[in-house]
Design a protein around this ligand. Structure first.
Ligand code: C2E
Ligand code: MG
Ligand code: MG
Ligand code: MG
Length: 281
């Protein structure tokens, strides 16, 4: 019927719009159930020390598997969890699981964990994180919390307090997706970070794009000037790796080293790294 009313009338869009709303309601229902049943799990992507080539730690990345070979991206379900008020519960589940997994790793292997923007408005966030560390036994020095730039602009004073709480507890704090957000440089002067993570949009085509090369060179120099280590995200080929090593970037992560894998495969990764290291020595 909508067809007869013409393409541009509001009514013409209604059937598909309600379909989308129904679909969204269905996915939201599934998400509520997944949180209730704890079926969203952290996967682990290796973080490499570019100077030594050794494994430094893992970043926990949330994975929601909806059937045998279908996953919903965290870029979709994290914002949805924020919208429907599930993000605090989901994050706490993920952090607890990630800490328990990290407890099975050698003690020099670190754990990086992402905090979503809406959680930065919670003045108890630092305490919540410290509590999970206490319950799981993970040493705060092994944890690095990643915060995106957009998370910092909502309430600057509160964000500064949360970051301060974390650092006092001995937890490291990284500025994630650096260069993509709003007023990146002013964030660096307002907050104390232990690490800058250069967004992967600057690393793709780095080896052939002179502009990107100059931008990344400047970002690494900026980190050095501030006494903050830099990590490059999204390293996919050896040319990018070589370029980043030449620039003096401290850490790297990307498909060249490995995608995010389940906890048992992360352990296998650690074992094979240990073998490789002992052969080197
Ligand atoms: P992020 O923290 O910047 O994480 C890096 C993203 O880049 C991950 O996507 C990772 O799989 C992807 N990636 C890593 N190396 C490469 C590469 O070489 N090439 C390409 N093309 N991609 C690469 P993922 O897992 O889809 O996560 C997307 C974003 O969702 C994350 O960005 C993070 O902001 C958020 N996220 C993931 N897990 C969590 C979580 O547990 N809590 C919260 N709050 N956010 C999360
Ligand atoms: Mg991250
Ligand atoms: Mg990132
Ligand atoms: Mg990113």
């Amino acid at each position: 019927a909508a067809k007869h009313r013409g393409r541009n009338s509001v009514a013409a869009y209604l059937p598909s719009m309600s379909e989308t709303l129904a679909q969204r309601a269905e996915v939201e229902g599934k998400l509520r159930r997944a949180v209730r049943e704890k079926t969203i799990n952290p996967y682990y992507q290796p973080l490499i020390d570019l100077k030594t080539g050794h494994l430094r730690g893992f970043e926990a990345l949330a994975r929601w598997q909806i059937d045998e070979n279908r996953f919903i991206s965290p870029e979709d379900f994290i914002p949805m969890a924020e919208d429907i008020g599930l993000i605090v519960e989901l994050s706490e589940q993920l952090l607890r699981q990630a800490c328990l997994d990290a407890m099975t790793w050698p003690t020099d292997i670190t754990l990086a964990f992402n905090i979503s923007p809406t959680m930065m408005v919670d003045h108890l966030l630092g305490m919540r994180i410290v509590k999970v560390l206490g319950e799981t036994g993970l040493n705060p020095h092994r944890l690095e919390i990643e915060i995106t730039e957009t998370a910092l602009v909502r309430d600057i004073d509160l964000a500064a307090k949360v970051i301060g709480d974390l650092r006092i507890a001995g937890i490291k704090v990284a500025l994630d997706d650096f260069g993509t957000g709003y007023s990146s440089l002013s964030q660096l002067s307002k907050f104390a970070f232990d690490k800058i993570k250069i967004d992967r949009s600057f690393i793709g085509e780095l080896e052939t794009d002179e502009k990107k090369m100059n931008i990344v060179r400047t970002m690494v120099a900026l980190g050095k000037g501030l006494g903050i280590a830099t990590t490059a995200e999204g390293i996919e080929n050896p040319e990018q790796l070589d370029a980043l090593k030449d620039l003096g970037c401290s850490f790297g992560q990307g498909f060249l080293f490995g995608k995010a894998v389940p906890a048992d495969e992360a352990l296998a990764f650690i074992r094979s790294e240990e073998n490789r290291k002992s052969k080197e020595a």
